[in-house]
Design a protein around this ligand. Structure first.
Ligand code: BES
Ligand code: MN
Ligand code: MN
Length: 460
């Protein structure tokens, strides 16, 4: 019984996760390169200890990919587990109740950067694997591919996958890097949004100017940038970039109805975020706005004087980072080009504009009519006692669409986080309930998947 093994070892599982969380594997900051490698080494060792073979730390042009596998028999199906061991920076660090890299367990939750996204969720897989190995109940083959650059766009994963197609051959990809609707409402992810991440620079005069001598006579690039940004959406929060919505797939009436039946409380939503009202695209519900509709958001904006006191200037430059979340069938490259063209057209002749592209990824949508979905459904039913609901996540895991394209494989998103886990924010946390429930549920996925996949093959 998986439950028995889990109960006997749960304290150690948690202590090990805390050890891993203490390593600040921040992929975005080059000062942490050695720490990122340490986190990779830690994971590689734990995979070996759990019983994985061929464990490697595969170097890339950036941070390494950790690989490991257990081939029980070439006749059995193979599950490829993907996840990431890199984390977001901890900033703003003064808003953490306890330090981001000193994991603290309080109120049944573990507080640390990466606790939920994604070390805590990856570690459930390592411990579920350990449990199955130690009990001699591993029902199929498994391959682990855990990367260190998800939070910076997975730029080196695509060449790795393309160069290792045979090594990565599998029947399905299993990922825990998303969330449940609630701890008593299990769900299975069937979709993710894509992303186009842009940066813009607006230049007015060639240097900062005295705002009394020149003010009124020249373009202020910050004012102009704000005007340009305000033109990117109309009063209905509809994005104005020409052809932006051309390829967007609208939900059918049935799909909208199904979504409206997903348990969701607007009051709780507002209360949790301390909002007096919500805001978004006219004609769509909050759940639709945050999952099946595309968005455009300014992530950061800067320029001019922001130091202490006041300084009277017309700045020379203004900048913004602007991202768009994409839905099927929008294409990240096309949308980035549409944005760049339109943004440049919005500029008056009094300023110069530069638009550059950071990273992106394509949206993903899987069917619920598949063997892995059925297996995940049975697994959730077994451990939560309830039938899970299919959900489309608003976040992005850009490589999921790439896996489909390059490996021809669907991904099943069995995430155990909650939206309220504050991923990417101060006080990120992960419920012990969720951590342990994940370790308990994943082996059932393997078991049901091995059974159903075998039947599917015999029926062919
Ligand atoms: N795990 C998240 C993505 C996620 C979270 C999807 C919750 C659905 C629900 C992932 O680590 C992440 O943060 N992705 C980035 C994209 C990346 C290119 C930086 C994102 O969505 O902003
Ligand atoms: Mn993640
Ligand atoms: Mn993340």
């Amino acid at each position: 019984m998986i439950e028995t093994y889990l109960n006997e070892h749960k304290e150690r599982f948690l202590a090990e996760l805390c050890d891993w969380l203490r390593i600040p594997s921040i992929s975005a900051d080059s000062n942490y390169k050695a720490e990122v490698l340490k986190a990779a080494e830690f994971l590689a060792q734990k995979l070996k200890d759990a019983g994985a073979d061929s464990v490697e730390i595969c170097p890339t042009a950036g941070h390494p990919i950790v690989y490991g596998e257990k081939i029980i028999s070439p006749d059995l199906p193979t599950v490829l587990v993907y996840g990431h061991y890199d984390v977001q920076p901890a900033d703003p660090i003064n808003l953490w109740t306890t330090p981001a890299f000193e994991p603290d367990v309080r109120d049944g939750k573990i507080y640390a950067r990466g606790a939920c996204d994604d070390k805590g969720q990856v570690y459930m897989h390592v411990k579920a694997f350990e449990a199955m190995m130690k009990q001699g109940s591993m029902p199929c083959n498994v391959k682990f591919m855990i990367e260190g650059e998800e939070e910076v766009g997975s730029g080196n994963l695509e060449p790795y996958v393309k160069n290792n197609i045979a090594k990565l051959s599998a029947d399905v990809i299993l990922i825990s890097d998303t969330g449940l609707i609630a701890n008593d409402i299990p769900s299975i992810g069937v979709g993710l949004r894509g992303l186009s991440y842009m940066e813009v620079e607006v230049t007015g005069p060639n240097r900062d100017l005295h705002s009394g001598i020149y003010g009124g006579g020249v373009a202020n690039p910050i004012n102009i940038l704000c005007e340009m940004i305000s033109k990117l959406k109309d009063s209905n929060e509809h994005i104005t970039i020409p052809h932006f919505y051309d390829k967007v797939v609208e939900l059918s009436a049935d799909e909208r109805e199904e979504m409206a039946n997903v348990p969701f409380s607007l009051d709780d939503y507002k209360a949790e975020l301390d909002l007096s009202d919500i805001h978004g695209e006219k004609g769509y519900t909050t759940l639709e706005r945050t999952s099946v509709r595309p968005t455009l958001d300014v992530n950061g904006i800067w320029g001019g004087y922001t130091g202490e006191g006041s300084k009277t200037i017309i700045p020379s430059k203004a900048y913004a980072k602007i991202s768009m979340r994409l839905v099927p069938n929008q294409d990240s490259k096309e949308i980035s080009d549409l944005f760049a063209d339109y943004f440049k057209k919005l500029a008056p002749p009094s300023v110069k504009v530069k638009v550059s592209y950071h990273h992106g990824g394509e949206p993903y949508l899987a069917s619920t009519d598949s063997v892995p979905y059925q297996a995940a459904k049975l697994a959730f039913k077994k451990t939560f006692g309830k039938k899970p609901i299919p959900t489309r996540g608003g976040g992005s895991i850009p490589i999921v669409a790439m896996f489909k394209q390059v490996l021809g494989l669907d991904s099943i998103l069995m995430g155990f986080g909650l939206d309220s886990d504050a991923i990417h924010s101060p006080d990120e946390h992960y419920g012990l309930f969720n951590f342990y429930k994940g370790i308990e549920t994943l082996p059932y996925f393997y078991q049901y998947y091995a059974e159903l996949a075998k039947v599917a093959v015999t029926e062919k």
